[in-house]
Design a protein around this ligand. Sequence first.
Ligand code: GLN
Length: 547
Amino acid sequence: MKKKSTKYIFVVGGVMSGIGKGVASSSIGTILKARGLNVTTIKIDPYINVDAGTMNPTEHGEVFVLSDGLETDQDMGNYERFLDAKLTSINYMTTGSVYMEVIRKERNLEYKGKNVQVVPDIPLEVIKRIKKAAEKADADVVIIEIGGTVGEYENILFLEAIRLMKQEHGEDIATVMVSYLPVPGSIGEMKTKPTQHASRTLNSAGVFPDIILARAVMPLDEKRKQKIATFCGVRIENVISAPDVESIYDVPINFEKDGLSEKLCKILGLKKPQVSNLKEWASFAKQSKNAEKEVKIAIVGKYFNSGEFILSDVYISVLEAIKFSAYSLNVKPVITYISAKDFEKGESLEILKGFDGLLVPGGFGESGIEGKIQVIKYARENKIPYFGLCYGMQLMVIEYARNVLGMKDANTSEINPNAKNLVIDIMPEQKEKIENNNYGATMRLGTYPAYLRKGSIAEEAYGTQNIEERHRHRYEVNPKYHIKFTEGGLVFSGVSPDRRLMEIAELSREVHPFMLGTQFHPEFLARPLRPHPLFTAFIKACSVVKK
Ligand code: GLN
């Protein structure tokens, strides 16, 4: 049988980062998938960190967790959501992980005494991984997004990988440069020069863009299209206008207005792909704008501030999960970020009255914790629907212990290991790792099964008693207290198959309209066309309770 010839699309950034390269890559995947092609995606992050797990979210946004437990950049979440895919470690690499593997091989004599060099051995390792991911997915097309911006020292070796791959597979490779065209307020005119420079920089690395996606606040006019085509050496029909849009889910539809999938198929010599079928996607994108009735949700977290700016990317999967469920229920989510630390400084909890639901997402460490516990108490006492994710579940358990079961000093050993009532404690297998400062990729990570209690809110939501969800934690509900909680009215409605770990805690509907926390992160499995059942149950409760 003839081996199928896989096509590769490299997506690089021009001018500056943060202009939606991840969404562009995901959207390219969506439109090619809509043509019946088997697509997989890879993200390359040029930093030295081996994975994203040790990075503070205020540095780099959300840490997304793959099913096999790898902690990655948030773009992997975008890929999984747009493509409804399940990606694994082979779909993600950092400079650190590539070097680590090359050095490991060198130590094992796998280079057979050869002089191991930055070029070509680092790009060759990158190429090897790209091909492995293609093979694993049996992909027709692999989209490889290179993080950062051309011209940075950091991503030169990855551009070198494109150049080397092109030597070997010339016609099977396309390069898309997502660039930014500023409209400086003082001039009021869209400027193409930074994009021209970016394209030259890319050329000097031996790579020539086939397509330029021109990101800007407004659409590109013909004059500027022409200018980019001339100066960057791209055919004019391959300069695609990519203006800001109301919703990221409109991007695939906009790309298709310019016939992008057809253009890519032509460049790559992909013969006879199906006619594009974006019907389901388009109806989802439309539905997201139809709803009128608002549901007001507050996310009470702490990783919001970056200087004078608010970072919403830190909880992006939570945000998207809320949206998918709300759209499916035909309600419009209005989401507000509240910093838990404000309540510790004396801010009144009364502002919480204005919300239909409160959500405490995952987190680490001490700051903001007492503020979050105050919020949870308020939600419980005032019967406002509450959804706690990971730390948000652990703190719900602590609040219950302190204020309902009377264990005033109840705490987690993450914060106060000397507390008498450590209702949340470190998992035994985690203890040694922390003592040895062994932090990287050592949490309880990735997909684990859980068993749901019959008749519980959780079971009703999922419609099954057997589930699998993604995890990222070191602490757990202390088994010593399981019975005390159960007798005191807190229901552990989801447990690990060996019944040692409490995966879901909830209050019965008789005492609260919706108060539920999960030790796992349901947000990682929410998809546009398959909203997550627990988020849907939460939003439903929020819209019912609404006066
Ligand atoms: N800090 C808690 C733990 O490690 C919760 C982690 C999280 O919210 N992802 O168990």
